[in-house]
Design a protein around this ligand. Structure first.
Ligand code: PMV
Length: 325
C-alpha cells in the first residue's frame, strides 16, 4: 500500500483571493492557472496496519502546524477510504526549500494523489481535485493537465478544477524570478481572511466573471498582448486588495518594484513580457520563445535577484514507480 506522485506547482493568471467557506476552502471566485514545468514536489505515502502513528517528513514542511495540516489531510482521505491505517509520508521539492518558492499547491496535490492510490481509492480526476482543494485551495489546480480552471462552486462537490486547454496548446514561457526576501511571507490564509472586510472586494467580484471569460478567449486565440495585459492588471489588482486591507499587507520588496519597472521598460523597447505576482515578492514573467534568452540576460542584471527558473507549461500530477523509501 505504497504510492508516489509527482505534482507541479502552478501560477494563477486570475487569482484565488478570499474564501467563502474556510474549512471546505471554497473560493470567492473561479480562477485560472497553468502548471509549471520547473517546480515540482514528489511525495511517497505508505499506509500500514503495522504503523503506530503517522510519520511525516518533508523538506518543505518542518513546523508542527504544517505537519498537523498534512495529518488532517490524511484523516480526510482515510475517511473517504473508510480505512484507519497510519501513514509514512516523505516528500521532496525539485527547488531549493529556502528559495521562498515553497508552495502548498504542489505539496497537497502530490500528497492527495499518492495517498488515494496507496489506499486503493478509485477516484476520477475531478474527485481528486475536490480532495486536494480541502488540503490547500490552489492544490486542486495542480492535478489536471496544462491550463486549468478551478470552478468556485457552491458546495464541496461542485468546487473542482479541470483542464481548459492542454499543456501543449500554447507554447509560452513563464520565468520565475526569486528575489531576496528578508521578512517571512505572510501566509495567504491570513491575507484571505483580511480581504473579506476590504471595501473594494465587491467591485473586484462584480467584474471577475467578465475577466475570466476574456482571458479564456485570449488564450484560445493565442492573443499574447491582450492576454499579458490582462494577467498584469489582475496581479496588480490582487496587490491593490492586500494594500487596502486592514491592516495592510505589502508583499513586495525593493527588487519586486525594480523588476516591474524593468518589464515595462523592456516592453517600450520592443521586448514583450508581462508579470504576475502572488502573495510574496517574487515575479513570474511571461514571454514568447523568441524573447526568452534576451529577457533572462536582462533579469540577471537586477540587484536583489537571487534565482531565475525558466518554465514551460506542464502536465498535471502523475503517479510514478520510483518511491522515496
Ligand atoms: O492555495 P493557497 O493558500 O496557496 O493560496 C494561493 C493564493 C495566491 O497564490 C496568491 C493566488 C492563487 O490563485 O494562486
Amino acid at each position: 500500500m505504497k504510492a508516489t506522485a509527482i505534482a507541479p506547482t502552478n501560477i494563477a493568471f486570475i487569482k484565488y483571493w478570499g474564501k467563502k467557506d474556510n474549512s471546505l476552502r471554497l473560493p470567492l471566485n473561479s480562477n485560472i492557472s497553468v502548471n509549471l514545468s520547473g517546480l515540482s514536489t514528489t511525495t511517497s505515502v505508505e499506509f500500514s496496519s503495522f504503523f503506530s502513528r503517522d510519520d511525516v517528513l518533508s523538506d518543505r514542511q518542518k513546523d508542527d502546524q504544517s505537519i498537523r495540516r498534512i495529518i488532517k489531510h490524511l484523516d480526510l482521505i482515510r475517511k473517504v477510504a473508510n480505512k484507519n491505517f497510519f501513514a509514512k509520508v516523505r516528500s521532496v521539492n525539485s527547488f531549493p526549500t529556502a528559495s521562498g518558492l515553497a508552495s502548498s499547491a504542489s505539496g497537497f496535490a502530490a500528497l492527495t494523489v499518492a495517498s488515494c492510490r496507496a489506499l486503493n481509492l478509485d477516484l476520477s480526476a475531478k474527485e481528486l481535485t475536490i480532495i486536494a482543494r480541502q488540503g490547500s485551495g490552489s492544490a486542486c489546480r495542480s492535478i489536471p493537465d496544462g491550463w486549468v480552471e478551478w470552478l468556485k462552486g457552491s458546495t464541496n462537490n461542485n468546487s473542482y478544477a479541470y483542464t481548459i486547454f492542454p499543456s501543449n496548446y500554447w507554447d509560452i514561457n513563464i520565468v520565475t524570478v526569486i528575489v531576496n526576501n528578508i521578512k517571512k511571507d505572510i501566509l495567504s490564509t491570513k491575507g484571505m481572511d483580511l480581504v473579506l472586510s476590504n471595501p473594494f472586494l465587491k467591485t473586484r467580484l462584480r467584474k471577475i466573471n467578465k475577466k475570466i471569460e476574456l482571458i479564456k478567449q485570449y488564450i484560445y486565440s493565442k492573443k499574447f498582448t491582450e492576454f499579458g495585459e490582462l494577467v498584469e492588471k489582475e496581479a496588480l489588482e490582487l496587490h491593490a486588495m492586500t494594500l487596502t486591507s486592514e491592516p495592510p499587507i505589502i508583499y513586495w520588496e525593493p527588487a519586486t518594484i525594480e523588476l516591474i519597472k524593468l518589464v515595462w521598460r523592456l516592453r517600450k523597447e520592443g521586448l514583450e513580457s508581462y508579470f504576475t505576482i502572488d502573495a510574496g515578492p517574487h515575479l513570474k514573467i511571461i514571454c514568447q520563445n523568441k524573447d526568452l534568452d534576451k529577457l533572462i540576460i536582462k533579469l540577471r542584471l537586477v540587484e536583489g535577484v537571487k534565482k531565475i527558473i525558466s518554465n514551460k507549461i506542464s502536465s498535471g500530477t502523475k503517479l510514478i514507480d520510483s518511491h522515496l523509501f
